[in-house]
Design a protein around this ligand. Structure first.
Ligand SMILES: [Cu+2]
Length: 151
């Protein structure tokens, strides 16, 4: 048990070092990040507005979090009255533009929580961009009935 905990600490330290070494994407700003918490270990949705102040497009190609075993890029669509989610390989943020991940549309799907996460927590999420740039953002965790970003 002790060895296992020590190993986990070492692995986390390695991951943290790798994140710190990666450059963040020039011109990218984020706001209105939040996670909608759901009970019973259900996957949680992550939402955020990504702004691109640069003159070249950016592409979000993935995300990860030390608090979740897996984070995917998803798109929700209504098909025949049912909410259907599909995985997407990337999300384009146009030059001098922005992209909003929001309920009912594109979102981060956070799965396999590694600790008991509850409303009021903050979850660090690392956004991965094409070309290898990364950006860590703290996502506040809101209750299941929340629909707006905290402000
Ligand atoms: Cu989803």
């Amino acid at each position: 048990m002790k060895l296992r905990a020590a190993l986990a600490t070492v692995l986390f330290a390695v991951a943290a070092t790798a994140t710190a070494a990666a450059s963040s994407p020039a011109g990218v700003r984020v706001r209105e990040a939040w996670i909608r918490w759901l009970p019973a270990d259900l996957p949680a949705g992550g939402y955020i507005v990504i702004e691109n102040k640069a003159g070249t497009p950016e592409r979000l190609v993935g995300a990860s979090s030390p608090d979740y075993g897996m984070v995917m890029l998803h798109r929700s669509q209504e098909v025949d009255g049912a909410d259907v989610m599909t995985a997407v390989s990337g999300i384009d943020i146009p030059a001098h533009g922005s992209f909003k991940l929001a309920p009912g549309g594109y979102h981060l799907m956070l799965m396999h929580a590694k600790r008991a996460i509850k409303p009021g927590d903050k979850v660090p999420v690392i956004l991965h961009f094409a070309g290898g740039a990364m950006l860590q953002v703290d996502f506040p965790v809101l209750p299941a009935n929340a629909s707006a970003p905290p402000d």
